[in-house]
Design a protein around this ligand. Structure first.
Ligand code: F6R
Length: 618
């Protein structure tokens, strides 16, 4: 089975191979276990595919005679079942050599289909579920007038989530794609058209996009785009213009996308705050239209569901929302949510946070919530993605595309959107007066400069990473909103530097985990701002506890905090912010640390092993 892959299809005057390989390079963050391409030229299908990163495919293409073509498809894969081999790489070709197919998602009933096809004499070349789609398509083409008709017949036989893109040697300059529960967009060019998993694949050619809906099939030629539903009826689509350009998809002199994205955070935070007030000084969230102020006044519980880094943003949001609105707020990992039969009703507001907007666990959680009658607000960075489409309202973060697999600017902008949502709820529910909201938003508006200040100190953090390159184990501690920051610091280190790193609520440590502290073990501690003295004093005690056991303490504390020096081996200074907003600055050095440590250790920071950018299966 094949998951979370990058897909592209092209029809137009350029050399399809060049367009497709360049597109796959931009999509490689979605999966990088193997890559492949199929083109049709002069009624012949040519396919090349290779295990490993795209570079392996490019090396292969350099040694073979691959035709110049004007119609083709490509794929970059993230595998689970069916290892990353040449045979399992996409595209897959039907037994008669007529059609080639690439696929993202899972065909859940593929075993049955495979058995049926095998009984009919079809020989399979791979272990993938995708290959059944290629054979089915070829079979349907025998009786169908067009590739689109055949695709329509095939999708009716498939269960699960899939985007399929196909070329047919008999088709006259066309690529056909189908979408169910898996992303697909169409790039509208002049005399050329594209289909892809996301806009990045064709952004250098066009910024005009048609967003495909659920259960739709599209046929592109160089001049035409035809969209129908799985029922065969012409379908409604949404067209939009992407407001960022190719520079957003380039490293622009940085060694990694991740590092570039860390350094983009001042702008990303500022853009996410932009235009949120009306002339009366009220907070306005335009995209909230699907949920009325009346709805928001009626709710008696908020449930936040998200995964990974986005979940940690949700943990911060819980503190802010409860503090500002006094509405009970739960936060839950999306993959656990629907399986415990959560108590949700029409008075529950479900908030979902997802950078990609395609995370399957999160998507399934909101579907479950909506069935129970809850309203759903999505916080999302990807225009038109499935999660915002299936939510009642959306607050877009304006981070621009996040390509590094480890989320950085995604996280900071999610925090900003969560704060805005919390304040908006407080405003609508009459819990805060406009001037109180203004004080907090004024502070928020000062944060881009503070994030920049943290970035200006990057060299010191890099030096720290070099000095700890051999450490091997890392602990991160925090209380209150410092706790999710600690979890996020540990996650970054795990995913890109492959280090053993754990985040704890600082007060929990003495209930067991403190036993793992060894002499010289690096322990990062986030200290709350002065003014939250009860909380702060407790954290200061926790620093003493680990220091007494020989830990090497790296303390993140405010510039004006003079009390911490004696127990801190290293102090990372933070500008002053109120407690709830402190994660916006405290996270930045932890991102820089992870990025540099992974670099020192020689890892591929943008494409860490075993991971893919968006997790489109449960
Ligand atoms: C960590 C990371 C993941 C994602 C998680 C949710 O750096 O990137 O933990 O945060 O997979 O992804 P989205 O936000 O796209 O739903």
């Amino acid at each position: 089975m094949l998951f979370m892959c990058g897909i592209i299809g092209y029809v137009g005057p350029r050399d399809a191979r060049e367009v497709i390989i360049a597109g796959l390079r931009r999509l490689e963050y979605r999966g990088y276990d193997s890559a492949g391409i199929a083109v049709v030229a002069d009624g012949r299908l040519s396919v090349a595919k290779k295990a490993g990163k795209l570079a392996n495919l490019e090396a292969e293409l350099a040694t073979i005679d691959f035709p110049v073509a004007h119609q083709g498809i490509g794929h970059t894969r993230w595998a689970t079942h069916g290892g990353p081999t040449d045979e399992n790489a996409h595209p897959h070709v039907s037994a008669d050599g007529r059609v080639a197919v690439v696929h993202n998602g899972i065909i859940e009933n593929f075993s049955d289909l495979r058995a049926e096809l095998s009984n009919a004499g079809v020989e399979f070349k791979s272990e993938t579920d995708t290959e059944v789609a290629a054979h089915l398509l070829a079979a349907e083409l025998l009786g169908a007038d067009t590739l689109m008709d055949a695709m329509r017949a095939v999708v009716k036989r498939l269960d699960g989530a899939f985007t399929l893109v196909a070329v047919d040697i008999a088709g006259s300059g066309e690529v056909v794609a189908a979408r169910r529960n898996s992303p697909l967009v169409v790039g509208v060019g002049e005399g050329e058209n594209f289909v892809a998993s996301d806009v990045l694949a064709f952004i250098e050619h066009t910024r005009d996009v048609v967003e495909l809906g659920q259960d739709q099939i599209v046929r592109i030629t160089a001049d035409e785009i035809e969209v129908i539903g799985f029922d065969g009826q012409p379908a409604e689509t949404t067209r939009y213009h992407v407001d960022w350009d190719t520079s957003a998809a380039e490293k622009s002199g940085f060694d990694w996308f991740m590092r570039k994205e860390i350094f983009e955070q001042p702008r990303a935070v500022a853009d996410t705050l932009l235009g949120r007030f009306n002339t009366k000084g009220e907070l306005v969230l335009d995209e909230m239209r699907g949920i009325s102020p009346e709805d928001l006044r009626r709710i008696n519980k908020i449930v936040i569901v998200a995964c990974g880094t986005a979940y940690y943003a949700g943990m911060v949001a819980k503190y802010a929302i409860e503090h500002w609105t006094r509405v009970a707020c739960e936060v839950e990992v999306a993959s656990e949510f629907r399986y415990r039969d959560p108590i949700i009703d029409p008075q529950t507001l479900v908030v979902t946070i997802s950078q990609s907007g395609e995370t399957a666990d999160t998507l399934m959680a909101i579907r479950h919530a909506r069935v129970q009658g809850a309203k759903v607000i999505a916080i999302c960075n990807t225009n038109g993605a499935t999660i915002p489409r299936e939510s009642d309202a959306v607050i877009y973060t304006h981070a621009g595309p996040e390509i590094g697999v480890a989320s950085t600017k995604g996280f900071l902008t999610q925090l900003v959107a969560c704060y805005l949502l919390g304040l908006y709820l407080a405003q609508v529910r009459g819990m805060k007066y406009a001037d109180e909201i203004r004080i907090i938003t004024d502070e928020l508006e000062r944060t881009p400069a503070m994030v920049q200040q943290m970035l200006d100190g990057a060299e010191r953090i890099y030096a720290l990473a070099h000095s700890l390159a051999e450490a091997g184990d890392f602990i991160f501690l925090g209380r209150h909103v410092g706790y999710p920051v600690a979890l996020e610091g540990a996650l970054k280190l795990k995913e890109i530097a492959y280090q053993h790193a754990e985040g704890f609520a600082a007060g929990e440590l003495k209930h067991g985990a403190i036993a793992i502290i060894e002499p010289d073990m690096p322990v990062f501690v986030v200290v709350p701002p002065e003014g939250r003295d009860q909380l702060r004093d407790k954290v200061l005690s926790n620093i003493k506890e680990v220091k007494a056991r020989g830990a090497y303490t790296i303390v993140l504390a405010e510039e004006r905090d003079k009390q911490i020096s004696e127990d801190a081996d290293v102090i990372i200074r933070l500008p002053h912010l109120s407690t709830l907003l402190q994660p916006l600055v405290a996270t930045v050095p932890l991102q820089l640390f992870a990025c540099e440590l992974a670099t020192v250790l020689g890892h591929d920071v943008d494409q860490p092993r075993n991971l893919a950018k968006s997790v489109t299966v449960e």
